[in-house]
Write a protein that binds this ligand. Structure first.
Ligand code: ADP
Ligand code: MG
Length: 510
């Protein structure tokens, strides 16, 4: 007889445990990279987002080595704001728990990242995650060892201790994972280098295994100036849907008028605009929240999405700025020429965004058949899935010969997109989708830098032509001088000297 089907709901930790590939934990190579990335991103968020110049230490140790697997100990330490002890267990061992569910630009967004790394560690080695943290203004250091109870999505604290801090402030996280260091190494090194490009105000120390020893990669800050920290901003009316509106209204005083609600909760909406909107969409200016039924909220959401609001700008967003981006590129790529540009704010679907871009040419950059691309999104380096990223599409579309670039050429295109909501392909956060508004801004930014590159290349071309001409002329001066000397019956050396002087004068005069 056929067994009846059994039904049950899957817990959220269990869901992500089963589907870890969507968060980038696809194989033993990528999982090493993804683990380090999640820890480094949290470390950077905990420092620079709060105005602290980051000091980040990343230490990878190989504890054991099998044929294609290594047992790795990964530690990332920062000098950030730390984590209050009551939040530590859930921040690390309860999926979808975090402090970044606000409308603000940050690296983390899903409240998921580090838990995926903890789940992966638990799955491959069964060892707990170790967290040592001393929050800002708290003289104590808290140490935890924890695992995730996957069925219930709750933390299991195995050890906990408190001691006095001797000058330690920040957080240190250690995870044990099984992974393939040999094949992950180059990606991780590249990730750290790119992090140094986008954070030239950070000290980064990276120690990793190489052969039977280890290697150290170190980047010292080239500026102490941090870009202004991103601020939390109100949502734009274009960016909300009925569910969000409903939950916002539920948290409100029911006697509040719709007019006040809209002016208080949405970006760039003043009383006059709100009143106009309410009149035109048939709600009236006197209506209170209490009178809104579910179907009215759906209608309100629809009206908000279609009305002619002022578009969102870059409020609260924090690009690096042309100067800091240039420093980062200079420090890591060491090119001969750099052009950087930061575009004015733009928007898609109610979310503001800002694109900045840099082109680097020559110097230590190796020539290649196509422009190399270095992508960043909210200051996160993106390494995988370049072929489906909007920057790749833009760079391929450009006819580089119009900018005097002939391949193979030593050209690197750097793009950085900031937004409170980035249109990523998937939770792995490795590629940005080709939203038309975004594509347009990236293209404008790349072309702006490319024009400056063309000027630079034209200048070099002119100078080279000029120098070649001088060399040719110089070759003939002794011959001309000697013929002139016999006609004029003067010393050939004197004529030669005056001709050289004339040539020099012309050269310096342009
Ligand atoms: P997300 O970064 O998307 O918020 P995570 O799972 O990576 O999600 O982290 C969960 C939360 O733990 C963060 O929101 C943050 O509050 C806290 N956290 C993690 N690592 C650190 C750290 N190094 N310093 C301070 N807080 C941290
Ligand atoms: Mg995170």
């Amino acid at each position: 007889m056929e067994q009846p089907e059994t039904f049950r709901a899957l817990g959220v930790a269990e869901f992500f445990y089963r589907n870890r590939a969507i968060a980038g934990f696809t194989n033993p190579t990528r999982s090493v990279y993804q683990t380090i990335r999640e820890l480094v991103e949290n470390a950077l968020d905990a420092t620079e987002m709060h105005g602290i110049p980051p000091d980040i230490r990343v230490i990878v140790k190989k504890l054991q080595s099998e044929s294609d697997f290594d047992l790795l100990e990964i530690t990332v330490e920062d000098n950030g704001i730390g984590i209050p002890p009551e939040h530590v267990p859930r921040a690390f061992c309860s999926v979808l728990y975090g402090s970044k569910y606000v409308n603000r630009q940050s690296r983390g967004v899903f409240g998921l990242g580090v838990k995926m790394a903890v789940l992966y560690s638990q799955l491959t080695t069964g060892r707990p995650v170790k967290v040592v943290t001393s929050p800002l203004g708290d003289p104590a250091v808290y140490e935890f060892e924890m695992t995730i109870d996957i069925k219930t999505n709750t933390p299991k604290v195995l050890k906990k201790s408190v001691s006095r801090s001797n000058n330690f402030q920040g957080t240190k996280v250690t995870l044990y994972i099984e992974g393939s260091w040999g094949s992950a190494k180059s990606r991780v090194v590249e990730y750290i280098k790119r992090t140094a490009i986008i954070a030239p105000y950070a000290n980064i120390y990276f120690r990793y295994p190489e052969d039977d020893s280890y290697r150290i990669l170190r980047f010292s800050r080239s500026t102490t100036e941090l870009p202004p920290a991103p601020r939390e901003v109100l949502p734009h009316p274009y960016g909300v849907d009925a569910e969000r509106l409903k939950s916002m209204i539920e948290h409100e005083e029911p006697n509040k008028t719709l007019l006040r609600f809209i002016t208080e909760h949405f970006a760039g909406v003043g009383r006059v605009t709100a009143a106009k909107f309410l009149r035109e969409s048939g709600f009236g200016v006197r209506r209170t929240l209490r009178t809104l039924k579910d179907k009215d909220i759906v209608r309100l959401a629809r009206a908000m999405k279609t009305w002619k609001w002022k578009r969102p700008g870059g409020e609260g967003l924090s690009p690096l700025g042309e100067e800091i981006l240039k420093l980062g590129i200079q420090e890591v790529l060491k090119p001969e020429f750099i052009a950087t540009t930061c575009r004015p704010p733009s928007s898609y679907e109610g979310y503001g965004f800002i694109v900045e871009c840099g082109l680097a040419w020559g110097g230590a950059i190796q020539p290649a058949q196509t422009p190399s691309i270095i992508r960043f999104a909210n200051r996160i380096p993106l390494l995988y899935d370049e072929n489906i990223d909007v920057t790749r599409k833009v760079v391929d579309k450009i006819d580089w010969s119009t900018y005097k670039v002939a391949f193979p050429a030593p050209l690197v295109v750097v793009t950085h997109v900031c937004s409170t909501k980035l249109p990523f392909h998937g939770l792995g956060k490795e590629a940005i989708a080709d939203i038309p508004e975004l594509e347009h801004e990236i293209e404008m930014a790349v072309r702006d830098c490319a024009r400056r590159l063309r000027e630079h290349l034209s200048r070099i071309e002119r100078e080279t032509r000029h120098i070649r001409r001088l060399i040719t002329i110089k070759k003939y001066i002794p011959i001309v001088a000697s013929s002139l000397s016999s006609i004029l019956e003067t010393n050939s050396k004197d004529i030669e000297d005056s001709l050289f002087k004339m040539l020099e004068a012309r050269r310096h005069g342009g």
